[in-house]
Design a protein around this ligand. Structure first.
Ligand code: NAP
Length: 337
């Protein structure tokens, strides 16, 4: 089979195309013919040697998010049948409930092999069934980006209709957050560097938009739009570079889902959190249980993931370069096979 692997963080040249033997499923495992993978900012961080969590670069098959069909079953498999359309869960050990201690040690495309390959073996517990209305390309976008957005909105302080959600930028996590919050009947305020991207954000659910380049003090715009109250939830993908303004945008008792590290800034003053009386919670994607809850909602509302571009398998390094360029809205996908 054809696959990509990486043994060093060599920037955009990290992924090498290789031939490998097709794996065979052992007891309790299934063999999945991968049909599509989608990229996350994490894949770039790993290639740049900037990823802060566990990785194993010993001929690592990169990329966490993928979808495909089951083509062989190991002995004793009970959850699946041949031919089912599935996606891998981000952390193979976190199935439900409180976060497990080895969340990052079992994460696809980081500490263990990922999905940028024609075939991959998974434990049957490490998969979910794709919503029927989604293609493989669409289904491949869900495991990290969409589950992270879902966890930020529902993991601790479940979003309620009529509440206000602030999203930052128009990358993968944020666009899912816009779509999921819109489907929940929430009001969405979306930010972006670009008016053209904001027009797209409005088309799939943002009620109000702020260009953070035109409004560097964008928390003031958030307060203007919320009558001085602030928002109920922030889907915080920026990190230290945006967190002080996100906290300042939050109403007392509101929730900041701390997700990303797109923007560099100074250390955070804890008094800002105290002053805002808000909850700042780290989000580590989410368990299989959340993925299944989210899929039910995605199916019910007929939500279609926003795919910016689809690349061929041979073009995977070009797809990674496109992610680095950051001109996309939503997800970048690689078709496999
Ligand atoms: N903790 C977790 O479990 C978890 C899970 C998934 C992702 N993440 C992290 O979340 C972040 C987003 O991931 P992703 O895959 O969605 O990224 P992505 O698709 O690559 O998103 C990139 C976009 O983010 C926006 N952006 C960049 N700098 C920004 C800033 N200073 N303020 C606001 N927006 C900014 C830009 O959109 P505009 O041009 O529209 O502004 C850019 O195009 C990354 O740091 C990633 O590592 C964490």
């Amino acid at each position: 089979m054809r696959a990509y692997e990486m043994s060093a963080a060599a920037g955009l040249d990290s992924w090498k195309s290789v031939e490998r033997p097709t794996p065979e499923p052992g007891r309790g495992q299934v063999l999945v013919r991968m049909r599509a993978a989608s990229l996350n900012y994490r894949d770039l961080l790993i290639c740049q040697g900037r990823y802060p969590f566990a990785i194993n670069l010993d001929r690592l098959i990169p990329v966490s998010d993928g979808a495909g069909e089951i083509v062989a079953l190991g002995e004793g498999v009970r959850r699946f049948q041949g031919g089912e359309r599935v996606a891998g869960i981000f952390s193979q050990s976190w199935l439900g409930g409180a976060q497990v201690a080895d969340t990052w040690q079992t994460a696809l495309g980081g500490a263990i092999d990922g999905v940028l390959t024609e075939y991959q073996v998974f434990d049957e517990d490490g998969l979910v069934v794709l919503p029927d209305h989604l293609s493989f390309e669409e289904g491949a976008t869900l495991p990290c980006a969409a589950v992270t957005a879902w966890n930020a909105l529902y993991g601790l302080k479940p979003l309620r209709a009529g509440e206000t959600v602030l999203t930052l930028g128009t990358g993968g996590v944020s666009v899912f957050a816009i779509q999921l919050a819109h489907a929940a009947g929430a009001r969405v305020i979306a930010t972006s560097s670009s008016d053209a991207k904001l027009a797209k954000a409005r088309a799939f659910g943002a009620n109000e938009t702020i260009n953070y380049r035109a409004h560097p003090d964008w928390e003031q715009e958030v307060h203007r739009l919320t009558g001085g109250t602030g928002v109920d939830h922030v889907v915080e993908v920026g990190g230290t570079g945006t967190l002080p303004r996100s906290i300042a945008s939050t109403r007392p008792g509101g929730h900041v889902g701390l997700i990303g590290l797109l923007a560099q800034g100074e250390a955070i003053d804890p008094l800002a959190i105290l002053g805002a009386s808000c909850i700042v919670r780290g989000v580590a994607v989410g368990p299989r249980e959340m993925f299944e809850d989210m899929n039910r909602s995605i199916a019910l509302h007929g939500i279609k993931p926003v795919i910016d571009r689809v690349f061929g398998f041979e073009e995977a390094p070009t797809a990674l370069a496109a992610l680095a360029e950051a001109s996309h809205v939503g997800k970048i996908v690689i078709r496999i096979g």
